[in-house]
Design a binder for this molecule. Structure first.
Ligand code: PEP
Ligand code: MN
Length: 260
């Protein structure tokens, strides 16, 4: 094979850190926001908590990869318009998942970071398209992918011209069922040791619950992880997706206080 793992660009080149990519302060970054964008008011309430704490990243899904076709699929372009209005009003950097390669170019004016979700980590057409985006790409680990497969996916993006990548460990499938997935700390350690790519941990999709987020956040920070993604909603119990794992805004504040 021409490019064995050791020869990958992602292993051998120096990549920008998250603060370098966005010209922000050099600290652990928190990317918070609801699972799905549901309304302007919902996004604004979350944005106000972020701004109050000098946080810069807001997330929110508009195109939702749902297991059941009967579940809420996201507001689509209407959702991205809300996200765009909020990021402009509050000077935030917006992260949202794109699922269809045909949407990458069309939607990049609404967001600052293109998220590729776990279920699409090996959607090679999407990886190639994201490689041509002007925005950094947040690449989530496939829930059934090895670390090496994760790095090969990142290599597709780099090879297509985009050197701004943020990896995200979001938990993998194991036999353990106290959590929705199993957060793989080793993945973070290996990526840190073998590459210079920034890597963040998603404490919502990995855990599927909120009560142990705080303890794990401390552990994740102590490893030198570049950031934490967490879902937050003004009223999690009314959320249209992932109700059980979204922090309410008091819990989000508690998490911020623990990390800073
Ligand atoms: C998400 O971040 O909105 C999401 C669906 O996560 P994942 O792709 O990790 O399941
Ligand atoms: Mn979610």
């Amino acid at each position: 094979m021409k490019n064995e793992l050791g020869n990958l660009i992602v292993k051998n080149q120096k990549f920008k850190s998250l603060p370098e990519m966005f010209g922000i302060e050099d600290n652990i970054s928190i990317i918070a926001g609801p699972c799905s964008i549901e309304s302007y008011e919902q996004m604004e309430t979350v944005a106000q908590t972020l701004v109050k704490n000098n946080l810069r990243f807001i997330r929110g899904g508009a195109y939702k990869p749902r297991t059941s076709p009967y579940d809420f699929q996201g507001l689509g372009i209407e959702g991205l318009k809300i996200l765009n209005d909020i990021r402009n009003k509050y000077n935030l950097l917006a992260v949202s998942e794109i699922m269809d390669p045909r949407d990458v170019e069309a939607l990049e004016n609404y967001i600052d970071i293109v998220q590729i979700g776990s279920r699409n980590m090996q959607n090679f057409s999407l990886l190639k398209e994201a490689g041509q985006s002007k925005h950094p790409v947040l690449l989530k680990r496939g829930m059934m992918s090895t670390v090496d497969e994760f790095l090969f996916a990142a290599e597709y993006i780099v090879l297509n011209g985009n050197k701004n990548i943020i990896l995200c460990e979001r938990g993998i499938r194991t036999f353990e069922n106290n959590t929705r997935f199993t957060l793989d700390f080793s993945c973070i350690a290996i990526i840190k040791q073998e590459t210079s790519l920034p890597i963040i941990a998603d404490l919502s999709h990995s855990l599927g619950r909120t009560d142990i987020v705080f303890l794990l956040a401390k552990a994740i920070k102590s490893m030198g992880t570049d950031g934490i993604m967490v879902e937050a909603h003004p009223f999690p119990e009314k959320a249209l997706s992932d109700k059980n794992q979204q922090l309410n805004l008091e819990q989000l504040q508690k998490l911020i206080d623990i990390l800073f």
